[in-house]
Design a protein around this ligand. Structure first.
Ligand code: PLP
Length: 445
């Protein structure tokens, strides 16, 4: 029989191949979430779970904000879809203008995507096509960084620096090199904010230029704060040095702000927080507070103008790139409502005002069993645990399971517990996070 009867399909846990998940263990003992409001999830067995991770670094405005929910509902009824290839709807322009205004400097143009991974691939493609449009078609090399996470597209894993995300997937993009990562336990343990040691690591870019020649390098991409490999803040002066060196050699600088944009550091972006102006930023996640998938690449005026000036006939397409769902009307409506919430409720300001309290509170966990480092910046934190002999990452995995029992959602990466709660949090939420995590660490073997 070719057509299956949908009504009688079995509903079990087997069919869904879960992403970045230990499927076999999860399906024996699932952690199912059925509702969310504010800073809490409700589990299927009716328990409240404090969301210490804003879902996946993304629910910055808190769950189910009524204004965002309403905007999505209205948009779905008014205009469910409109193509963005040769057609448009007004909210896409309104949103792009709002973003151009939000981000500092001349990051004045938005290219819309549906995820962080797509934003990264978009930015890398724009960088290559830009260099070509400038008559510098030999600049095809892309430089990433060890311990970088730029999503899971082939571009993103090629410039990324996480071995498991790369090793299974063939030879990746050709002509990619990597800067060294900026973390040193020896020199930076227990940093609050930016570590003092490590700016010299940006000079490694000069070494790569000497090796490959600047005329072969299109762009450098880094996360201003590496998130997924455990909250690695940039050393003081590091991003400034990267900017100087890239500018000197005509290399584009891309900040991957998929986590850091939209308030995670108490500002619109890491650009604003660190005062370093790149040529492009990639964003997603907090753009819609994760209610609808959406990303945006913000591009400098110089880059956009170059494409327009070199586009040939006015009826010609300037960039052969885009997604069916670029600037999806429901995503645009969700993003506009989210930006309203950020502005009207002072969400970034709330995060900024709590940065110090957050840092002190999380660092009070120093001395708990198995803790070897704690790092904080903005409303992000990592608590790094020593690994069990022969079983890397399992101690943190068990911490996540214990947290679930004790009513807190923790994110883990390797043996690091990473936290990034919604930015509408209060001091009481921070105290609860520290209290619950402290009790997890006390019990963890
Ligand atoms: N870039 C960075 C810095 C990220 O942290 C992430 C996701 O965590 C991505 C890209 C990929 O985003 P997505 O999972 O939406 O594709």
């Amino acid at each position: 029989m070719l057509t299956k009867d949908l009504a009688s399909a079995p509903n079990d846990l087997e069919s869904f191949w879960m992403p970045f998940t230990s499927n076999r263990h999860f399906k024996k003992n699932p952690r199912m979430l059925v509702k969310a409001k504010g800073l809490h999830y409700t589990t299927q067995d009716g328990r409240q779970l404090l969301d210490a991770t804003a879902g996946l670094w993304c629910v910055n405005a808190g769950h189910a904000h009524p204004k965002i929910v309403e905007a999505i509902q209205n948009q779905a009824a008014d205009l469910d879809f409109a193509p963005s290839f040769q057609w448009a709807h007004p909210k896409s322009f309104e949103l792009a203008s709002r973003l151009a205004h939000l981000f500092p400097g001349d990051l004045d143009h938005a290219f819309f995507t549906n995820s962080g991974s797509e934003s990264v691939d978009t930015a890398l493609k724009i960088a290559l096509a830009y260099q070509r449009a400038k008559g510098q078609g030999t600049r095809t090399r892309l430089i990433g960084r060890e311990r970088g996470y730029h999503g899971v597209g082939f571009g993103g894993i090629s410039v990324g620096g996480m071995v498991k995300n790369r090793m299974y997937f063939g030879s990746l993009l050709a002509g990619v090199d990597h800067l060294p990562h900026t973390y040193s336990l020896e020199h930076q343990a227990y940093s609050k904010g930016q570590p003092a040691w490590g700016a010299h690591l940006a000079d490694e870019l000069e070494r790569l230029v000497a090796l490959h020649d600047a005329s072969t390098i299109a762009a450098v991409i880094v996360e201003p704060v590496a998130g997924s490999t455990g909250v690695l803040a940039p050393p003081v002066g590091y991003l400034q040095r990267l900017r100087e060196i890239t500018k000197k050699h005509g290399i584009l600088l891309i900040f991957d702000e998929v986590i850091t944009a939209y308030g995670r550091l108490g500002k619109s972006s890491a650009v604003e927080y660190f005062g370093v102006q790149p040529d492009m930023i990639t964003t997603a996640k907090g753009l819609t507070s994760a209610t609808i998938p959406m990303g945006a690449v913000m591009v400098s005026k110089e880059i956009y103008d170059t494409f327009m000036e070199n586009g040939g006939s006015e009826k010609a397409i300037e960039l052969f790139h885009g997604y069916t769902y670029s600037a999806h009307p429901i995503a645009c409506a969700a993003a506009l409502a989210t930006l309203d919430v950020y502005r009207d409720e002072g969400v970034f300001e709330n995060a900024a005002s709590l940065e110090g309290y957050w840092a002190e509170a999380i660092h009070s966990l120093k001395g708990k069993p198995n803790v070897i480092d704690i790092r904080t910046i903005g409303i992000m934190a990592a608590v790094e645990l020593s690994s069990r002999a022969g079983a890397p990452a399992e101690r943190a995995y068990d911490a996540m399971l214990l947290g679930y029992e004790k009513g807190i959602m923790l994110r883990i990466t390797g043996d690091t517990i990473a936290m990034s709660p919604p930015l509408v949090l209060t001091k009481a939420h921070i105290d609860e996070i520290v209290d619950k995590l402290g009790s997890v660490l006390d019990e963890l073997a």
